[in-house]
Design a protein around this ligand. Structure first.
Ligand SMILES: Cc1cc2nc3c(=O)[nH]c(=O)nc-3n(C[C@H](O)[C@H](O)[C@H](O)COP(=O)(O)O)c2cc1C
Ligand SMILES: [Mn+2]
Length: 496
């Protein structure tokens, strides 16, 4: 797939796209429609006629929204963005992601590309040319950046970071940004500010569908996300030079915003309906992005996500792939981890880790290792289960919590951990702004010091019946009169 348009065609081919020719209002209507798309697991919404905007200026809502189409995985659109069939189960998507991600592919620099079809400078710079939605009732403004990439360069090294950080339009050429210090962009911005320099930045909206994925997934520091995007699509991402800043952007982007983030200046930004499921935080002073140039394709398409109650891109992309990233980081430490899953209704706050337990208190070692990684940074609930529990199967996980986690001794609370600033709903208002959070470990593994004879044995068909009886029963199942294996003991139903 070369661009967003190829992805839209693929979505359409698999029944994951709804074209909307009816005129819609950018003012809350597009937001309400996409909210319902998430609620129902309906296809992504391609808005072809937005009130007050020229014909041909389209917007794409819920690009990786959850799918409830029969036969498709909940993560069908994430799978398709990675070039996999829409029925690929989550475990297979994660495996494929991890395999490809191991071999980064450097981008190529090309002279020009579709994103240069229109170049707007000076007075022509006007963000409101695009059909930017006012998404939720209560939002502080229209958000142009909700499924995009902010490109910045570390002033001290060759590291170029691609991250997705929400962007609210203030006026025709400025935007407000949420750049927490815990995030890579926040770390870079701090360095520029210390030198009293503006931070050059570019925003790419649209492009190959792997681009927003690597931008909203918490990859480790000093990783150039563009090389992971290349790895995921199996070929280099073609980049073009910006017009006014020394940065490169994907040549096939629909819209590119070039400019700088001013040092030490703040303006009120927010609130916004957020990934945790709430219209979160109050408006607060935040950095200002001044846009000096806009380039865009003819008939540009503005993709947007609509954060709020699960399940949306914050879970089908960020939380889901975060599980794979945590797995990869833990394996690098040599820990005997079997699987990691970050379940969608846990909004990225909960990670379930299944592991062998070679020695006493191993769950704590696992949990603290998770917290030491970048992808584990904003994970507050760590559930550690034994290797026989499938972490993608929430029924098995709940069973492990309620039968193996001692309500007092199995729960370990860790005060004052780093949290996501501004938005964290469970924090009291004063701690919320800072992100002064806390963590908890649910140890659902059998203690290593219990004598073997006291270990409870799972009462399953596999464990308690002799092999020959198991085989006889399975072999004669239909002879007994049952129609299929449906409902048989031991059937595994992983998260679809
Ligand atoms: C739609 C969407 C909006 C997001 N907005 C923000 C944001 O405003 N600020 C932020 O720190 N992270 C935001 N995130 C999460 C980051 O994209 C994610 O943590 C990513 O890893 C950041 O890149 P980095 O790891 O290079 O810092 C958002 C994610 C999504 C899916
Ligand atoms: Mn990064």
């Amino acid at each position: 797939m070369q661009d967003l348009r190829d992805f839209i065609s693929a979505l359409e081919q698999h029944g994951e796209l709804q074209r909307i020719q009816e005129e819609v209002d950018w003012n809350l209507e597009m937001g309400a429609i996409t909210r319902r798309c998430y609620d129902l697991g309906a296809p992504a919404a391609l808005f072809e006629k937005v009130k007050g905007y020229p014909k041909g200026y389209h917007a794409l809502g819920a690009p990786l929204g959850p799918s409830r189409k029969p036969g498709h995985s909940l993560y069908a659109r994430t799978a398709m963005a990675l070039g996999l069939p829409p029925d690929t189960p989550p475990k297979k998507i994660m495996e494929s992601y991890l395999k490809r991600r191991e071999k980064p592919i450097k981008p190529t620099i090309v002279k020009s590309g579709p994103c240069k079809e229109n170049i707007l400078l000076g007075k022509d710079v006007d963000l409101l040319r695009f059909p930017i939605p006012l998404i939720h009732g209560g939002d502080g403004g229209r958000y142009i950046g909700t499924w995009h990439t902010v490109v910045t360069k570390d002033p001290d090294s060759s590291w170029v970071n691609w991250g997705m950080y929400r962007l609210m339009v203030h006026d025709r050429n400025t935007m407000g940004c949420l750049f927490p210090m815990q995030q890579h962009i926040g770390q870079m911005y701090q360095k520029y500010e210390a030198k009293n320099l503006p931070m050059p930045a570019a925003v790419a909206i649209g492009g190959q569908p792997v681009i927003p994925i690597v931008s909203c997934v918490q990859l480790p520091p000093f990783v150039n996300e563009v090389e992971i995007a290349g790895a995921l699509q199996g070929e280099p991402v073609p980049l073009v030079k910006c017009e006014t800043v020394d940065l490169e952007v994907p040549a096939s982007a629909e819209i590119v915003l070039e400019g700088e983030v001013l040092p030490h200046e703040r303006k009120s930004e927010g609130p916004f309906g957020e990934y945790m499921g709430y219209e979160a935080g109050k408006a607060s002073p935040k950095p200002i992005f001044r846009v000096n140039a806009i380039t865009h394709r003819d008939n540009p398409i503005l993709p947007f996500s609509n954060m709020g109650m699960p399940i949306h891109e914050g879970q089908t992309a960020t939380a889901f792939i975060k599980g794979a990233e945590i797995y990869s980081e833990l394996r690098k430490l040599g820990l005997p981890i079997k699987g990691v899953f970050v379940p969608p209704y846990g909004v990225g706050h909960m990670a379930i880790i299944s592991t062998e337990t070679p020695f006493i208190n191993f769950a704590k070692r696992v949990a603290h290792s998770v917290w030491a990684t970048k992808p584990g940074l904003f994970t507050y609930y760590i559930v550690v289960v034994d290797a026989d529990v499938d972490p993608t199967n929430m029924d098995e996980v709940l069973h492990a919590i309620t039968t193996k986690c001692h309500p007092v001794n199995g729960i370990h609370r860790v005060p004052h951990t780093p949290g996501f600033p501004v938005l964290l709903p469970f924090l009291p208002p004063k701690e919320r702004l800072l992100g002064d959070a806390a963590g908890v470990i649910f140890d659902c593994t059998w203690p290593k010091d219990w004598p073997q004879e006291s270990m409870p044995v799972k009462a399953t068909l596999e464990n308690l019946w002799p092999k020959e009886i198991q085989e006889r029963v399975l072999g004669k199942w239909e002879t007994y009169g049952f129609k299929s294996t449906e409902g048989s003991t031991g059937e595994k139903k992983p998260h679809r």
